[in-house]
Design a protein around this ligand. Structure first.
Ligand SMILES: Clc1cnc2c(Nc3ccc(N4CCOCC4)cc3)nc(-c3cccnc3)cn12
Length: 270
């Protein structure tokens, strides 16, 4: 990876194809000219950031992300800016988003082995983040990338990027993953990640989110009532784990270290 130079600039890179579009800017494939090292270059427009009043969030997210080192967290190598844009030099994930991979499945879902492998990887990344009091990583398929050999990487900076054609993005992103306490605007703790983990586990195995419905209000109602139905094909062990994560009271959700040793995870991962 590019060694931390004192400053980087745009002409240090050859810019390749568009990888994805975001609310604040786009992500491009890029290659550092000297080292020929391939990266993803995320371009954020200062004006949009200013207008949305998220400068402090961008700064905080960059500060956090640049210090994280974990096999299931996408690296932020460095960043630079000009008068119009902020550029993030990120690890390139060669197999794209989990959202894309899910869509590419003929059945639109993963089998138990693949799903449990993703959930286990995510669990270890979340443990690493929670140990550093970092929460709310906004885990959903759009924000999870697949690296070399399909290894899962949390890739979010607090705002999601989405496929040019992903239907699910709304003005503030999909609400499918919001836990009850956030739907009700209560302060959120790191247990929000346990809820989102349960939503993701459901979506990987079933092919759609548990509280998915035609509009926000319907979804909110279902979330607050924890109203979801599991299809027949879901195993008892998977159903049990999901039921221990999609719990209204944040304190009663299964802690990450217990998720890692849940029978469903142990049965389907090596
Ligand atoms: Cl940050 C970051 C690092 N690497 C990526 C990446 N990598 C990536 C690889 C491969 C393919 N393709 C593989 C063949 O089929 C077509 C897609 C796409 C993206 N994508 C996104 C992104 C973001 C938003 C929407 N969609 C993709 C963000 N990334």
């Amino acid at each position: 990876p590019p060694k931390p130079k004192k400053t980087w600039e745009l002409n240090n890179f050859d810019i390749g194809r568009l990888l994805g579009r975001g609310k604040f800017g786009n992500v491009y494939l890029a290659r550092e000219k000297e080292s020929q090292f391939v990266v993803a270059l995320k371009v954020l427009f200062k004006r949009q950031i200013g207008e949305s009043n998220v400068e402090h969030q961008v700064r905080r997210e960059i500060e956090i992300q640049s210090h994280l080192r974990h096999p299931h967290i996408l690296r932020l190598y460095a960043y630079f800016h000009d008068d119009v844009r902020i550029y993030l030099i990120l690890e390139y994930a060669p197999q794209g988003t989990l959202f894309n991979a899910l869509q590419a499945q003929p059945s639109k879902r993963f089998d138990e082995r693949q799903s449990a492998t993703y959930i286990k990887s995510l669990c270890s990344a979340l443990l690493y983040l929670h140990e550093r009091d970092i929460i709310h990583r906004d885990i959903k398929p759009e924000n999870l990338l697949l690296g070399h050999k399909g290894v899962l990487k949390i890739a979010d900076f607090g705002w999601s990027v989405h496929e040019p054609n992903s239907m699910r993005m709304t003005l503030c992103g999909t609400v499918d993953y919001l836990p009850p306490e956030m739907v009700q605007g209560k302060p959120h703790t790191k247990n929000v990640d346990l809820w989102s983990l349960g939503v993701l586990c459901f979506e990987l195995l079933v092919g759609h989110a548990p509280f998915y419905s035609k509009n926000y209000d319907e979804t909110y109602k279902k979330i607050l009532k924890v109203e979801y139905k599991l299809p027949e094909h879901i195993s008892k062990a998977a159903a049990h784990l999901i039921s221990k994560l999609l719990v209204l009271n944040p304190q009663h959700r299964l802690p990450l270290d217990q998720v890692l040793v849940h029978p469903w995870i142990l049965a389907h991962t090596k």
